[in-house]
Design a protein around this ligand. Structure first.
Ligand code: ADP
Ligand code: MG
Length: 728
């Protein structure tokens, strides 16, 4: 599944993980993995690898499914397709050689017979199944012309007590056999501290259809876990599978509560921090800025600017996400926020995930701001990885002295050598491409004053409401829900690979009429090298098929200067077609480009496609996006593939697309780097468990207020050392 590359450096990730591990160690005070690695058995190592360290981790490792070994089914009653346990006597046993070597064992339990087939078997097994042996056998019954059959059933000698509960089957790996895991979990379940953490009288809601007759017991954590690991055979298995069983409800409620608590706690901690109050002495600079803009702000832009400025005038650091569809005009909102910050006498930083994007922001902001800043003796500074030493030193000096009122750049902005005089506002564009570590580093930039800068994060991938309520509960959200006027909607077409030549013809026509075209090359998962060779080949192909048209190539491995040169040619309108890998992508703004072709569109996430598509339709010209898809061997796209791409053709609304993406792909995409360091919800489902989510949202702040010790215990039980990580 293509996910946007995390910009977090491996070392930052390692640091994050280390922090998590440390916190966990501190937490349960036991010696940990690393210390005695060599003496660990493969199964023990596998446990650690699965994150099953503490007793509670094991207790929360729940079965995938169950096997019913609690009863013996008479063969007469075993229906085709049933997985049953029988006790029967071997009446015949032989090794057949045709069509291949196999052991055929016939058993009879007095009510019927069944043939067991084994394609691989040890002599010892053959012996155990000798004629006359009585066996307890478990497997799936297949009917058929030759009577009942089981392929490779499990078997052992008959007799012995039947268990009273269903047998759990856990998610595991090869080196960790079920019986070992079962024992480890059963022991942990007895040992783990599962004492109640919910304040008395604060039961989560129970689904209506349960407990109507008052017989259904209410579960606490211990009884819920005990039940889910070893349910009684009378349970409706479907309610375990779809997690609607009250024991599951209890577990999901607890999980959501832990996550809400950690979010509220983060919010409260943030509220204790202090930020500079950014109240401009006069509104003159803002007025000048607006006067020279070639357009007026939309209502939505005005509203969000108001929200941001109100935040920045408070003593508490802003922690706000500005979300708006591609092309909704977030940059100018960032610029106005910067102006307010500068007018109050402080510095602002704007960071973008790629050099191209940062460069575009820089160009735009210099144009907008330098005329206003020059009379004040201030400038806009540029910081990027590929910078010449001399220029870099110059820029660093500007930042340090405060002459640079605004600093624009890539990750270079947060490097240690960058010393701000008084950074008060940090803007992060495409925030989901940055990691926790980077956000933390930005916040450190004002630490020498004991203050925190205000943080404004921008994203074109809107967060669905349920996610905003849960994972981003400690984040304020501003939404630009209106596009600037005069845009023509983008027409999206799905076209099969086989018609690529037609598409290329159409490109020729577009370029001939003075328009420009993007061609985005397929994303090949985990292989930058393949991405590249693909882009190079496409570039050659297009150059050949479009004589007289300048076709450019942009990819992530190119030196920055070369990228810049290509971008300049395209921006200036000299280059007709730009072939690029996606790594470059997001955020480029060339209004004359009106056609985008995305190859192998079925490999992209919807939100990603939507962002890419947003590169066109920026001017007044009618724009189109062609989603080329390739079909599988039987000539068809998979159903999900088609459904996904159809969503793209049906709507231009980024929110709707995000919603469908969430349905199809799950929430990972939206969470950016949180997905790497923090557990997603394992049990609860944000869409389905709204009732429980509401309960948790309501309880969390009260619990922090009145039962802080219980709250702390609850969070550490559920999130362990990861709680800290969730807060950044
Ligand atoms: P995004 O939200 O995707 O970052 P941009 O900030 O790049 O969008 O804006 C997209 C384009 O729309 C830019 O060319 C920008 O100058 C222009 N724009 C922004 N706001 C307005 C407006 N209110 N009226 C007209 N054009 C606008
Ligand atoms: Mg943008």
């Amino acid at each position: 599944m293509p996910v946007p590359p995390s910009s977090e450096s491996p070392s930052a990730q390692a640091r994050g993980r280390k922090a998590v591990r440390k916190a966990e160690q501190a937490q349960d005070g036991k010696p940990q993995a690393g210390e005695a690695k060599k003496t660990l058995s493969p199964a023990q190592q596998a446990l650690l690898k699965l994150g099953l360290r503490r007793d509670i981790d094991l207790a929360l490792h729940l079965p995938l499914r169950y096997e019913d070994e609690t009863r013996i089914t008479p063969l007469r009653n075993a229906r085709e397709g049933d997985t049953v346990q029988i006790e029967a006597t071997v009446t015949h046993s032989e090794v057949q050689l045709r069509p291949r070597r196999m052991l055929k064992v016939t058993v009879d339990d007095g009510t019927g017979s069944c043939v067991l087939t084994f394609f691989s078997f040890y002599p010892s097994q053959q012996k155990a199944m000798a004629v006359g042996a009585r066996l307890r056998i478990r497997g799936e019954v297949k009917g058929g012309f030759w009577g009942r059959q089981m392929m490779h059933p499990a078997f052992r000698a008959a007799g012995g007590e039947l268990p009273t509960a269903l047998t759990p089957v856990y998610p595991t790996v090869a080196s960790l056999p079920q019986p070992y895991l079962r024992r480890a979990i059963a022991t942990a379940l007895l040992r783990a501290d599962l004492s109640e953490t919910l304040p008395s009288g604060e039961q989560p809601p129970v689904e209506q259809n349960y407990g109507q007759n008052g017989l259904q017991p209410l579960y606490d954590l211990r009884s819920a876990l005990t039940f889910l690991h070893h349910p009684t055979p009378d349970v409706a298995l479907a309610t375990l599978e779809d997690h609607t069983h009250p024991a599951w409800q209890r577990l999901k409620a607890e999980e959501l509560l832990a996550q809400q608590l950690s979010q509220y706690e983060a919010k409260r901690e943030r509220a204790r921090l202090k930020a500079p109050v950014l109240r401009p002495v006069s509104d003159e600079l803002t007025q000048q800025f607006l006067a020279q803009l070639p357009f007026g702000l939309t209502g939505a832009q005005q509203r969000v600017v108001g929200e941001i400025r109100a935040d920045m005038e408070r003593r508490i650091p802003m922690h706000r996400l500005l979300q708006g569809d591609v092309g909704s005009g977030k940059t100018v909102v960032a610029a106005l926020s910067a102006v307010a910050c500068i007018a109050a006498g402080w510095q602002c930083a704007l960071m973008a995930p790629t050099e191209i994007l940062a460069e575009q922001h820089f160009g735009k902001l210099v144009g907008w701001l330098e005329p206003l800043l020059a009379p004040l003796g201030k400038r806009v500074a540029w910081l990027a990885g590929a910078q010449k030493k001399k220029q870099r030193a110059e820029m660093l000096a500007l930042v340090e002295s405060g002459e640079a009122a605004l600093v624009v750049g890539t990750h270079a902005v947060i490097q240690e050598q960058v010393q701000f005089r008084n950074l008060a506002l940090a803007v992060i564009d495409e925030q989901h491409r940055f990691g926790v570590a980077q956000r933390l580093a930005l916040r450190q930039k004002l630490a020498h004053t004991g203050l925190e800068p205000h943080l404004l994060m921008m994203s074109a991938t809107p967060i669905p409401r349920t996610l905003a309520m849960s994972y981003y509960a400690d984040l304020d959200v501003s939404t630009i829900d209106e596009l600037p006027p005069g845009r023509t909607p983008i027409v999206t077409k799905l076209i099969g690979d086989s018609r690529k030549d037609e598409v290329i013809e159409r490109i020729g026509a577009q370029v001939a009429s003075g328009r420009q075209v993007y061609w985005v090359c397929p994303l090949i998962e985990e292989s930058e090298a393949l991405d590249l060779s693909n882009a190079t080949a496409t570039h050659e192909n297009l150059s050949e098929m479009l004589p007289g048209v300048m076709v450019g190539l942009l990819h992530s491995r190119m030196p920055a200067a070369e990228k810049k040169a290509v971008m300049e040619l395209f921006s200036a309108g000299v280059m007709g077609v730009l072939v690029s890998t996606t790594v470059i992508e997001v955020g480029v703004d060339v209004p004359n480009a009106s056609l985008m072709v995305i190859e192998h569109s079925e490999r992209f996430g919807l939100s990603q496609l939507h962002q890419l598509r947003g590169r066109v339709g920026r001017g007044a010209a009618a724009s189109a996006c062609v989603l080329l898809y390739s079909v599988n061997d039987n000539g068809r796209l998979s159903d999900t593939g088609k459904e996904r791409l159809r969503a793209m053709a049906e709507t231009n609304d980024g929110f709707e697309i995000a919603r469908r993406d969430l349905e199809i792909r799950g929430p990972g995409e939206f969470l950016g780097s949180r997905q790497s360091g923090a557990p997603m919800l394992r049990f609860a489902d944000l869409e389905q468990d709204v009732l429980l989510l509401d309960w948790a949202r309501e309880l969390a702040p009260r619990m922090l207020e009145h039962h802080p010790a219980l709250a702390a215990r609850h969070v550490s039980r559920w999130l362990g050392g990861k709680a800290e990580y969730l807060k950044a």
